[in-house]
Design a protein around this ligand. Structure first.
Ligand code: SOE
Length: 380
């Protein structure tokens, strides 16, 4: 018999993120030696047939068609929320009241006001909680954090990030419903700001500290789309593109851009950080590499180094293959689960927890407010 403690997981939602999370729960025990062993107890979805098919494919022991059943089941320890953004708060509040641990897909909430209620709920209940900002756990990004924290960049002057996609350019694409709720402001809260820039903001705050003030512009290029749920052509309420400038607390300047109208780019998340002594660049399309320029190098060989982040002394990499063999997108979710399980074993929070994710939510709110008012806005 295994000496590990079971952690019974109840997954709510089985879309794209339901798959990434399920894959992570299933794989983590094969690669990480942890006190807790996740058990895929139940998955919940409104469509019984689809939910049953998902449960069979991913190895869930049972299904539910109402998320309240997951939250109230005595045999569930952790509720994993993978549903559209407008349902995060209601599920999280109920899960916290039922004493469950909560792992919530990003962004935390529809807005900061709602996010605050979620923070209060988990703090009152004293339950472990985390938000799936998975890119922090890309080994190259974690390595960037180590290099910055060691002071290798020196004083930081600039932080630049992009998240570019092109999948909504067609005006025939409807909004709403499964797969397309990200285009429906009632389900998503915002467009690229909460969906894509939220990732960039989370990483930026983690690497470079807090953001003090922002000035932003947004655009909705296609103003009306057919709504899948009502069958009617409706106004589009989300931002299709958003760019903003900001000032970080450490005095550095930030420049962020995100759009779903950058023809040719599918998920081009990049960031570059320029410091007094060195610079760093990262690109999701080449996620196992970290580009590094060190001004301290002998000038005859000075230049951008492309570090292949696969050696065993690099973050998380001792858990995977042998040096030279890279890992990918899905592993960032495995790392999040591993850190969460380690956190609960040690009684330590897994960042970003709800409290920390509320900070990026506040920046998103300030960005949207600034785009509307056309003024600089201080982040609450
Ligand atoms: C949108 O297309 C999306 O799937 C985001 O919702 C994810 O958070 C991002 O990681 C990839 O793009």
């Amino acid at each position: 018999m295994s000496s590990k403690k079971d952690l019974n997981v109840g997954l709510v939602g089985y879309g794209f993120m339901g798959r990434t999370h399920s894959n992570a729960w299933r794989k983590v025990g094969n690669f990480f030696d942890l006190e807790y062993a996740p058990r895929l107890k139940a998955v919940c979805g409104r469509d019984r047939n689809n939910t049953e098919a998902f449960a069979a494919q991913w190895g869930y022991e049972s299904i539910e068609t109402d998320w309240k059943a997951i939250v109230n089941r005595d045999d569930i320890d952790a509720v994993d929320i993978c549903t559209p953004n407008n349902t995060h708060a209601e599920i999280a509040l109920a899960a916290a009241a039922a004493g469950k641990m909560i792992l919530c897909e990003k962004p935390l909430s529809m807005n900061a006001e709602e996010g605050k209620t979620m923070v209060e709920a988990v703090e009152k209940a004293g339950v472990a909680n985390t938000v799936w900002y998975n890119y922090r756990r890309t080994p190259a990004v974690t390595l960037a954090k180590q290099l910055i924290d060691e002071g290798r960049l020196g004083k930081i002057f600039h932080y630049r990030a992009n998240f570019l996609q092109d999948w909504t350019i067609s005006s025939d694409l409807p909004q709403g419903g499964a797969g397309l709720w990200r285009l429906d402001v009632k389900a998503a809260g915002s467009g690229v700001t909460g969906d894509l820039l939220a990732h960039c903001i989370d990483t930026a705050i983690w690497l470079n500290g807090g953001i003090g003030e922002v000035t932003a512009m947004t655009e909705t290029f296609i103003k009306q789309r057919m709504h899948n749920l009502t069958g009617k052509v409706e106004e589009v309420g989300i931002d299709d593109a958003c760019s903003f400038l900001c000032r970080f607390g450490n005095g550095s300047l930030g420049l962020f851009e995100s759009t779903r109208y950058a023809r040719g780019h599918k998920a081009l998340y990049t960031f570059e950080i320029n410091g007094e002594k060195a610079s760093i660049k990262w690109d999701l399309h080449d996620l196992h590499r970290l580009e590094y320029f060190d001004h301290g190098d002998d000038s005859r060989v000075r230049g951008w180094r492309s570090v292949h982040v696969t050696d065993g002394d690099m973050p998380y990499m001792d858990k995977w293959w042998v040096p030279g063999l890279q890992i990918g997108y899905e592993h960032t979710f495995v790392h999040q689960v591993a850190d969460f399980l380690e956190g609960i074993a040690k009684g330590e929070p897994t960042k970003p927890d709800f409290k920390e994710a509320l900070i990026s939510q506040k920046v998103c709110d300030a960005v949207l407010q600034s785009a509307q008012s056309r003024q600089w806005v201080a982040v609450d």
